[in-house]
Write a protein that binds this ligand. Structure first.
Ligand code: FIX
Ligand code: ZN
Length: 418
């Protein structure tokens, strides 16, 4: 049974709904290759468990030097058993490289023969991925000018509008918006609210956003007097309703628990999901895509999804993306909310990571699904191959696609969004 389900899942193209990858038109913003794989922030955090180098001395090194330190600490002086380390090895092996030699210069040499555009196709093919959704922030000084200048889009790269600065550091965001020609002040007056909506409309249209997204710390609450909750209610949710877009909430990240680790310095905290319950109940016309970082929030999230059909659960985010938790969380979700879920997104920051993130997750999803089919078969309910294909399509992007369609949208409109 497992082999059959694995084959069906392997043949089903994936729509990866959240990554940090970029359309190749963004040039150097699209990361790929061995050095970028090695300096991934998951590995930086793990390497510092072994390194006794002061943080500042690490950060002044070149990317190649950092990669060498990490390679030595995590692959040569210790066996690469962590999920992020294993991922590098899975990826290299899938690319056809001989990992047994432990030869970093030879690995580097192999990557020099590739051009980004062709390598995108190779990685998507090896990962079984059809489309990837980027994370697009107008507040990113490197990314913004590329959108403003315009470029011809690679259809495989979809866009999502990331608005963390707007909701989390409103004072600074207001100054940015004012600089960019929006008539906003620090207070949320009617004028400011309508100007921030104009900003969202401009950027949503410019990038062709499929959804809006934000990450929240464990302290996020709703309703509340703070600017975050007020902007969410008065600006973001009305914008989502007007444009028929879902809002993605990634809950439970404690930013910069150790700022010396820079991008690797974020941690986790338990969220109060009462805030999400109130959002789902108070705004039935809005649709919420939600993932939680705390393992202890996973069960409550599934229960909430049973109560609110405007809530779609997705992904085993970040520290949850390890085999033991992906298995546990996927099983829990299938048992509580069936196939109305998107069990995984890759969160890839480096193109090549699509290969391991999806190979590892797909195998676990197949195992969980095969167990469920076997339980059913015990009663005589044998799931046909066509039904398996239908289920696999749902889990790997279909359920997400359906959830994202505005209710009552015409079939022409639905097709346009595919
Ligand atoms: O906020 C996010 O989208 C997170 O996924 C990232 O900030 C995080 O750094 C990451 O890469 C996790 O996988
Ligand atoms: Zn992410």
């Amino acid at each position: 049974m497992t082999a059959k389900v694995e084959a069906v899942l392997a043949a089903t193209p994936i729509d990866d709904i959240h990554t940090h990858l970029y359309d190749p038109a963004f040039g150097d913003l699209l990361l790929w290759g061995i050095d970028d794989l090695l300096v991934y922030h998951y590995l930086v955090a793990e390497a510092f468990r072994y390194l006794d180098l002061p943080y500042e001395k690490f950060w002044v090194l070149s990317k190649a030097q950092q990669a060498e330190l990490i390679w030595n600490a995590l692959f040569i002086q210790n066996s690469p058993v962590s999920e992020a380390c294993r991922g590098v090895i899975t990826t290299l092996h899938a690319l056809g490289l001989d990992v047994r030699k432990r030869d970093l210069p030879a690995l580097r040499q192999w990557f020099t023969k590739w051009k980004a555009e062709e390598y995108v196709t190779r990685c998507l093919e090896l990962a079984g991925v059809r489309t990837v959704c980027m994370t697009n922030s107008p507040f990113d000084d490197l990314e913004r000018p590329v959108w403003e200048k315009g470029f011809s889009r690679d259809e495989r790269f979809r866009a999502a509008l990331r608005i963390d600065p707007l909701l989390l550091t409103w004072g600074d965001a207001a100054q940015c918006l004012a600089r960019w020609g929006y008539d906003v002040g620090p207070n949320l007056t009617d004028k400011t609210i309508s100007e921030v909506r104009r900003f969202l409309a401009d950027w949503g249209q410019r990038i062709g956003a499929r959804y809006l997204m934000v990450s929240f710390g464990p302290e996020f609450d709703f309703p509340s007097d703070g600017s975050c909750a007020r902007l969410l209610e008065k600006v973001v949710l009305p914008h989502c309703r007007e444009f028929g877009l879902p809002m993605a909430l990634m809950m439970g990240v404690k930013r910069q628990v150790n700022s010396q680790l820079r991008q690797a310095g974020d941690g986790v905290g338990l969220s109060g999901l009462g805030a999400l319950e109130r959002l789902c109940a108070q705004f039935p016309e809005n649709r919420f895509l939600v993932t939680v970082l705390a393992r202890e929030n996973q069960y409550e999230l599934c229960v909430l999804a049973r109560k609110f059909r405007n809530l779609h659960v997705f992904g085993c985010w970040w520290f949850n993306n390890v085999p033991s938790l992906v298995g546990e969380i996927t099983r829990l979700r299938l048992e509580l909310i069936g196939l109305s879920v998107t069990p995984q997104h890759s969160d890839a920051r480096v193109l090549d990571q699509l290969i391991y993130k999806w190979r590892h997750s797909r195998q676990i999803i197949a195992q969980v699904l095969a167990d469920k089919y076997a339980d059913l078969a015990g009663t005589g309910w044998v799931v046909s191959e066509a039904e398996m294909k239908r289920d696999a399509e749902s889990l790997l992007g279909g359920a997400f696609g359906k959830f994202c369609q505005p209710p009552g949208s015409s079939s022409a409109e639905k097709l346009r969004r595919l």
